[in-house]
Ligand binder design. Structure first.
Ligand code: NAD
Length: 337
């Protein structure tokens, strides 16, 4: 059994811990947090050994009635791999600790690409992570773009990608984020950082992205234009996407007109936390004009990277190939709406 440490038990970390627990070949060795809060209490209720990320603050957990298994260093030492799901920039600070204990580490999209040996998306470049010590699972938006671009490149060739990302202002729990009554070009400079981030996954990809932020918490929305190397019928592209396990094409009959209903559907379907691990592409929006493909897709920022982290664990340790790992992860998590 692969022993997995999770350092940073917030939005991403707690979801990765639950997904790892579902895997037949993995065990959660423990989770590390900086301070006691409702998430720390849930971790203990779920039976995850809780470690103190900052030793000087360990007594705060005891005061809150939460038993601590030890300092985070003990957890990193005992694990085969660590998933660092700390806030942006903290992963870089933790890197030397993972090196000290010779434990391979996965970082999240908030870290810089040059921190790691390779950036990772299971569908696009699984093998690049084999045997690597430091791997970055790319951000929610980059994951969402990569999952669409990979099959299009393989099937038709891609000349150019243009994407406008309408980004949620904050996650539902992020009470300090905004805007609350505004629409921001964000970043205002063009191209946004998302395009170069997607280029860390694909060699020779021509992509420009623009970003905005809106008063929403549920999901991001991408408006995508891909210039293909050949003229393709939209129905062919829909068939191509139908074979992709992490792309969900929303059929017209479902009458899902936005991210609100998508989240409602996920909750109705019994998804944990209402998570939507798949890209949600409006089937009717998949259109072609000459070589140009257009579509809209919803990306659930809190959860699409979760199966990618599970696959990255197997990739780093050389425990499975892409197809095998993706299939196991999909089956155990229940991916495929
Ligand atoms: P979060 O704030 O919800 O969770 C981070 C957790 O790490 C918190 O529990 C925090 O207390 C803890 N923490 C802070 N400092 C720590 C330290 N030194 N050691 C251990 N734990 C520490 O953040 P998040 O949204 O889960 O984001 C984590 C990473 O995932 C970031 O790189 C982010 O860019 C990336 N990411 C976030 C999203 C998203 O939409 N939330 C999507 C994809 C990727």
């Amino acid at each position: 059994m692969i022993q997995v440490a999770i350092n940073g038990y917030g939005t991403i970390g707690k979801r990765v811990a639950d997904a790892v627990r579902e895997q037949p070949d993995m065990e959660v060795r423990g989770v590390a947090k900086t301070r006691p809060n409702f998430e720390a209490e849930t971790a203990v209720d779920k039976g995850f050994p809780l470690y103190a990320a900052v030793e000087e603050r360990a007594d705060r957990f005891e005061e809150a009635g939460l038993e601590i298994a030890g300092p985070v260093e003990d957890l990193v030492d005992a694990a085969d791999v660590v998933v660092d799901a700390t806030p942006s920039g903290i992963g870089a600070e933790n890197k030397s600790m993972y090196e000290e204990y010779d434990t391979p580490a996965l970082y999240q999209g908030g870290e810089d690409a040059d921190l790691v040996d390779t950036s990772f998306n299971a569908r696009s470049n699984f093998e690049d992570a084999t045997g690597a010590d430091h791997v970055r699972v790319v951000s929610c938006n980059t994951t969402g773009l990569s999952r669409v671009i990979a099959p299009l490149r393989e099937a038709y060739g891609v000349e150019k990608v243009r994407a406008t990302l309408v980004r949620r202002g904050g996650d539902p729990g992020q009470t300090s984020r905004g805007p609350i009554n505004d629409i921001l070009p964000n970043p205002v400079t063009i191209p946004s950082h998302h395009g170069p981030d997607v280029e860390t996954i694909f060699d020779d990809l021509d992509i420009d992205t623009l970003g905005m932020k809106v008063p929403a918490t549920l999901m991001h929305m991408h408006s995508l234009n891909v210039t293909l190397e050949e003229e393709v019928d939209a129905s062919e592209v829909r068939d191509l996407f139908a074979d992709e396990s992490r792309l969900f094409q929303i059929p017209e009959r479902m009458d899902i007109d936005g991210s609100g209903k998508l989240k409602e559907y996920a909750l109705d379907a019994g998804r944990p936390r209402g998570d939507v691990w798949e890209n949600c592409i409006w089937e009717e929006s998949v259109s072609t004009v000459g070589n140009d493909l257009y579509l809209f897709q919803g990306i659930h920022q809190e959860s699409d990277v979760v199966p990618e982290n599970v696959d990255a664990i197997r990739a780093v340790l050389g425990e499975a190939d892409a197809e095998e790992s993706i299939q196991t992860t999909n089956e155990t998590m229940g991916i495929g709406l």
